[in-house]
Design a protein around this ligand. Structure first.
Ligand SMILES: Nc1ncnc2c1ncn2[C@@H]1O[C@H](COP(=O)(O)OP(=O)(O)O)[C@@H](O)[C@H]1O
Ligand SMILES: [Mg+2]
Length: 475
């Protein structure tokens, strides 16, 4: 019998429909991926099961018995815990205090003795007295998991838990999840990252527009099949038409900075050059050096025309969140849009509209603040800014990170179109399939050195990973 059966769940927010008859069944001790594009209703369904959002309609059975989950306390009594994307911890309290507050299992006695086994289990055995705000995001997440365990959770819902984690913290989380499964704890793993889903889950339930489009056994399906269920159409075939290469537009020779060690390569017009490597391998520093933001200690950079850079962290380095889509998009071309010192608003909107169309940018109005857009659409605004500038070389630092598959496709299409127009594109990516799919050649960095170069045809995930972790330092 399933541990959880949620059926016919409906939820409206004002006029907006989030769920229209969604369902989810989870077996005891199973890792169940809940997937779908941004806005599909994943978080809403998870929150309803965890008691933090009320369903408009629907029914939930736990071990076959109908239950009412009207609050997180109800969920706790039924053995259900949730790790929220925005981590609902009290940051100015200690780790142990966070485990105790509102915990029905704690019935007095030593707080630390109560907490210790659960903190031990997640690898935070020494941290009971630390203030939560002094922890890393990854550690905070472990606190939230320890709290769920201390509440005797038999089902833990995790909403996109790796979205704010570095790779090593994500690895630690995956190991912990595997351990929880061993102990019979069921996990609902909300994500849209195919590699994680296929690595972790036993079964996958797919939502689209608030409805189920299928539940499949992970071992008997493929990423392509799941993506089809998510977006309701096939992705473009992986094989794109060949792109003609032109002159060298960027030549880098023996480039060294504080972080880079004698990096050399050439980029041609019409080429998409991938940069692979782990976080911290020097990928972003390469962009900074090319852009003149990092001091170059040796080597030469020769380039034709202008260079554009779409930075990795769109919130910190790129977008003004309270300003409108149009203002953010046209920021870099204002001189061109001004006449007699006045901004030609009509021209601004016309140019931005053209770019929005090209990128498949979704927003209600170009006057909306960028903060109201989804991550994928924010990324398109940033990319749109550079389409307006029309540079000869464009450095894109992990542009599809953390955005949904549909928006990813739009970005890949834009990259291909830019190359076909004769620009040279450098694409930094953490997602190996993305590199293989978008690029003509792939350079791999490890600890600031170039450790390998592959053509798209010869590159495999295994080879790239091997080069990204090799410290031999051969060119
Ligand atoms: N608190 C809210 N108020 C209004 N609309 C919301 C709220 N939460 C979610 N929605 C809407 O409900 C739909 C589903 O959202 P969500 O469950 O967050 O999807 P997902 O987690 O799959 O990205 C979206 O259209 C979203 O805009
Ligand atoms: Mg969500």
């Amino acid at each position: 019998m399933s541990f959880l059966q949620a059926g016919n769940i409906h939820k409206h927010y004002g006029g907006a429909t989030a769920l229209q008859g969604a369902s989810l069944q989870v077996q005891a001790g199973e890792i169940h991926a809940l997937v779908g594009e941004n806005g599909a209703g994943k978080s809403t369904l998870a929150r309803i099961i965890a008691g933090s959002t009320r369903a408009g309609q629907g029914r939930i059975l736990i071990e076959g018995n109908p239950v009412t989950i009207a609050s997180p306390v109800d969920a706790q009594r039924l053995g259900i815990g949730m790790i929220y994307q925005e981590l609902d911890l009290f940051r100015h309290l200690t780790v142990a205090e966070n485990l105790i507050i509102g915990n029905l299992e704690f019935r007095g006695g030593s707080m630390e003795a109560f907490c210790h086994p659960f903190l031990q289990q997640v690898g935070l055995g020494e941290s009971a007295r630390r203030m939560v705000h002094s922890l890393s995001i990854g550690q905070m997440q472990l606190v939230a998991i320890a709290r769920a365990l201390s509440m005797n959770a038999r089902l833990i819902l995790m909403d996109e838990p790796t979205s704010a984690l570095f790779e090593d913290a994500a690895e630690r989380l995956f190991a912990l999840i595997a351990g929880l499964k061993q102990r019979g704890v069921a996990i609902v793993y909300v994500s849209h990252k195919m590699d994680e889903i296929f690595r972790l889950s036993d079964r996958i339930t797919v939502l689209r527009d608030g409805r189920n489009t299928g539940t499949v056994e992970t071992a008997h399906t493929s990423a392509a099949a799941v993506i089809r269920m998510m977006i309701g159409r096939d992705l473009e075939a992986g094989q794109r038409a060949p792109r003609p290469l032109g002159d060298v537009v960027l030549a880098v020779d023996g480039l060294s900075t504080a972080k880079l060690k004698s990096v050399s390569f050439e980029l041609r017009r019409g080429e998409v050059l991938g940069i692979g490597g782990l976080v911290g391998s020097g990928r972003s520093e390469l962009g900074a050096a090319l852009f003149g933001m990092d001091r170059v200690s040796a080597g030469a950079i020769r380039r034709q025309g202008t260079l554009g850079l779409v930075p990795e962290d769109r919130r910190l380095q790129g977008l003004m969140m309270q300003m409108s889509v149009a203002e953010n998009g046209t920021m870099a071309v204002l001189p061109r849009l001004q006449r007699w010192g006045f901004l030609r608003r009509g021209q601004e909107l016309a140019e931005m509209r053209g770019v929005a169309g090209r990128l498949g940018l979704h927003c209600r109005s170009l006057h909306d603040p960028v903060a109201t857009l989804s991550g994928g659409n924010q990324q398109k605004v940033l990319l749109g800014r550079w389409l307006l500038v029309n540079p000869d070389v464009l450095f894109l630092d992990d542009p599809a990170r953390g955005i949904d598959v549909g928006a990813k496709q739009d970005i890949y299409r834009a990259i291909d179109a830019l190359a076909r127009e004769g620009k040279g594109v450098i694409l930094v990516s953490s997602e190996l399939p993305e590199l293989v799919r978008c690029c003509d050649r792939i350079l791999v960095l490890c600890e600031g050195r170039l450790t390998a170069t592959f053509t798209a045809a010869e590159a495999t995930q295994e080879k790239i990973l091997a080069a990204a972790t090799s410290t031999g330092g051969h060119a």
